[in-house]
Write a protein that binds this ligand. Structure first.
Ligand code: ADP
Length: 231
């Protein structure tokens, strides 16, 4: 009986996720359809380029939703290896550099312990850090150049954990956003999937770590990620 209750639970959950996916994918599909209809022969070259760009962006968005969904629905067990967390962070910063430039922010890495060695799934943890750094860049971007954007990444040892702080001076969050930000599909962005943080949360939990957030509306946000140090 327990087994079938579990199966029912799983089915109900799958149904919910499928409905949410269908709902999410419908938005980009609708705008792709609309812009293709606008691609008439008499359109100027500039118009065509602009619409094509939007169509491509929307296709990418549909792709992202599916990709992130597949990733989140299959929380694969972490394939751990010993990694210096600071070198992983440097790689993520390098990856984010061009986007940071576009969104008008600078990323600084400050470390109180160069040799923090963690036992982690590199791909998964990279995804977590990228998600959080991207959100920070978005939060700065959404201020529209009101102040110069700054993201500080700080690492230190905290007992048996490596603590990674990611702090931005972006738009911050109100109380409602803060209470929902780890919910799957919760997003305040026009082109968001709302999956980044729910996936990140799950990955960190699978590593036996934790994530904390503090934020104040209009001022900025700080994420603290704790990952167990390697033996
Ligand atoms: P998405 O980025 O697709 O919206 P996420 O799960 O990554 O999905 O984030 C959920 C929501 O949490 C965002 O839409 C945003 O409102 C809020 N959020 C996350 N990080 C930040 C941040 N650094 N500053 C302000 N708001 C944030």
């Amino acid at each position: 009986i327990e087994q079938s209750a579990y199966q029912n639970d799983k089915l109900a959950m799958l149904g919910k996720i499928a409905a949410a996916i269908a709902h999410e994918i419908r938005n980009p599909l609708t705008s792709i359809r609309g812009f293709i209809q606008l691609l008439k022969p008499h359109l100027t070259q500039l118009g065509k380029e602009e619409y094509s760009r939007i169509i491509l962006t929307e296709i990418d968005r549909a792709n992202d939703i599916i990709y992130e969904f597949l990733n989140s629905s299959k929380p694969s067990a972490p394939m751990k290896q010993k990694v210096l967390i600071n070198s992983l962070l440097k790689e993520v910063i390098l990856l984010s550099d061009s986007e940071a430039l576009m969104k008008g922010c600078q990323i600084h890495l400050e470390t109180y312990d160069e040799d923090l060695s963690t036992s982690i799934d590199v791909k998964q943890v990279k995804q977590v850090i990228l998600n959080i750094v991207r959100n920070a860049m978005d939060a700065i971007d959404e201020l529209g150049g009101e102040r110069s954007g700054r993201i500080d990444i700080i690492t230190r040892r905290d007992g048996k954990d490596a603590e990674i702080t990611i702090r931005d001076n972006g738009k911050g969050m109100d109380v409602v956003t803060k209470s929902k930000l780890f919910d799957p599909f919760f997003t305040t962005k026009a082109a968001g999937t709302g999956l980044g943080l729910s996936v990140s949360y799950r990955i960190v939990r699978n590593h036996g770590g934790k994530i904390r957030v503090s934020s104040s509306s209009g001022e900025g946000t700080e994420f603290n990620i704790y990952l167990p140090l390697a033996e």
